[in-house]
Design a protein around this ligand. Structure first.
Ligand code: NAI
Ligand code: MG
Length: 497
């Protein structure tokens, strides 16, 4: 830490200068067994600050605090008051936007400028969007057949929700999860990823400042075991998870056995298609950002690029030239475009795919295999593979790093088959000037989201999520509220006149 503190703002410097605790019932408390886990600055590989690490006892405490909130002050708040609290939280995050951008860069390796333009505003917009919803969650009156009977529905919060989030957009994911659950009136136990708990813990401080009643929000830093304990806890009514398909499957199995409600936002290997009538410079720029934003650590990364043979060379040359100019560097440097990968584990995982791709016979048209051991940060320069076949692991598996595979195609039916030949179905997209071809492809490709002449567009009001092995359910918009609400049907007989 010592070397960095001089370049940090006083607020962030203070935040990382002493151990951080769990957040249970509006109080910051150590883990019951005293366990802590180190956080690391991915830009240097150096130790940052120790954070309390929640175990089973802490899961019990947090679920009990959430339950008590539902049975107490939080559960009896009028809907409009819930909305006001969310609006205040949005304002507070906005007031501390610079601090969040910096803290996120420090803990996750995401470039500070990206946090300023994308992550922090998106988190604010999310809280603000959902702050309008509580007072609009109306049930209905049902025109039933029986005479002298009133039948109506109430929308009630599902209960205590376990929310487990990954490290690639730590603050934004916390906002995506918390905002709809709180708007619906649920109480939450949020588990940030073990690598990146800091912005969620700073957010917890603002939850208190905003005036949320104790227990509405609880934050438990911990690892997969903490997550598994939370999923299995009998007091949890619903699980929301973003992360790997592998863990998503485990959670679905467990939630299925317990008959808990579950939404999953999982991996992807999203196909991006450039047709012969595309605006090539725009397609190159968009496809570059589509895969390399956040160093490829994005669920909707456009990691498989299919280019019509007529413009293949032009597109490839453009992409290779752009990768050569990419400013890969420390997340806190303002000139950095691509930060380091989040962890040594992710570095080794991505590196393994690069070695595997070369061994399988693919050509590395841009980039290089980084050293066996990272030194001074987990940096991987952007890589483009050509001469790939659909059976190669680099074509099939989610790499979650700055790695693009590029394949030429000749006709639309062929590229539709290639695009759909994946277990995943998160995002897909096309670059074309033809409206008809664009919308026809939007119909034919199996994915939860489809982009036309853009990539990774998102808005709190627009549903987000995948099909097939990319998940179950949708986040954002009205759709996500349904995941946190139960419908209760009430029957009332009028009795004798
Ligand atoms: P992961 O799925 O293991 O971790 C994500 C979250 O789940 C973390 O909070 C983690 O502590 C928690 N978790 C892990 N095991 C759990 C379990 N058994 N029960 C409950 N919670 C559990 O992802 P990991 O290992 O960090 O990354 C591996 C790969 O997963 C990446 O290379 C990428 O391919 C994929 N991934 C996809 C993400 C997405 O946004 N779709 C986000 C993160 C990872
Ligand atoms: Mg894992």
């Amino acid at each position: 830490m010592d070397q960095l503190t001089s370049t940090l703002s006083p607020a962030v410097s203070a935040f990382v200068s002493r151990p951080r605790h769990l957040f249970i019932g509006n109080r910051f408390v150590p883990a019951a067994d005293g366990a802590v886990r180190a956080t690391v600055d991915p830009s240097t590989g150096r130790h940052l600050v120790d954070v309390a690490h929640a175990g089973e006892v802490d899961v019990d405490r947090a679920v009990a605090a959430a339950r008590a909130a539902l049975d107490g002050e939080w559960g009896s708040l009028p809907a409009a008051a819930r909305g006001l609290l969310l609006a205040r939280l949005a304002d507070l995050v906005e007031a501390h936007a610079g601090e969040f951008a910096e803290l996120e860069a420090l803990n996750s390796g995401k470039p500070v400028t990206a946090n300023e333009y994308v992550d922090v505003p998106a988190a604010i917009e999310h809280f603000r969007y959902y702050s309008g919803w509580p007072s609009k969650l109306e049930g209905g009156t049902i025109p039933v057949i029986a005479p002298d009977t009133l039948c109506y529905t109430r929308l009630e919060p599902v209960g205590v929700c376990a929310q487990i989030i990954p490290w690639n957009f730590p603050l934004m994911m916390a906002a995506w999860k918390l905002a709809p659950a709180l708007a619906a009136g649920c109480a939450v136990v949020l588990k940030p990823a073990e690598q990146t708990p800091l912005t969620a813990l700073r957010l917890a401080e603002l939850v208190v400042e905003a005036g949320f009643p104790a227990g509405a929000v609880n934050v438990l830093p911990g690892d997969g075991r903490t997550g598994a304990a939370l999923v299995a806890h009998p007091g949890v009514a619903k699980v929301a998870f973003t992360g790997s398909t592998e863990v998503g499957r485990e959670i679905a199995v467990r939630a299925g056995a317990d008959l808990k409600r579950v939404t999953l936002e999982l991996g992807g290997k999203s196909p991006n298609i450039i047709l012969d009538d595309a605006d090539v410079p725009a397609a190159v720029a968009g496809s570059y950002e589509g895969i390399f934003f956040n160093s490829g650590q994005s669920c909707v990364a456009g990691s498989r690029l299919y280019v019509h043979r007529s413009c293949y060379d032009q597109v490839l040359d453009g992409l290779v030239a752009a990768t050569r100019e990419a400013a890969v560097g420390p997340a806190l440097e303002r000139g950095t475009q691509l930060g380091p990968l989040v962890s040594a584990a992710q570095y080794h995982r991505v590196r393994g795919y690069l070695v595997d791709g070369l061994a399988a016979g693919a050509t590395m048209a841009a980039g290089e295999v980084p050293p066996v051991e990272p030194s001074d940060g987990y940096y991987v320069r952007p890589v483009i593979f050509t001469d790939v076949t659909p059976d190669m692991r680099i074509s099939r598996e989610e790499i979650f790093g700055p790695v693009l595979v590029v394949t030429p195609f000749d006709d639309i039916d062929e590229v539709v088959t290639l695009a759909n030949d994946t277990p995943y179905g998160l995002a897909a997209g096309v670059w074309t000037r033809s409206l008809g071809r664009a919308h026809r492809l939007a119909e034919r490709i199996r994915a939860g989201m489809f982009y036309i002449n853009t990539w990774a567009a998102g808005d709190p009001a627009a549903p987000w999520g995948g099909v097939k092995a990319s998940g179950i359910g949708r986040e954002m918009g009205r759709a996500n509220l349904d995941a946190y609400l139960e419908v209760k049907t009430v029957w009332a007989g009028y009795g004798r006149p």
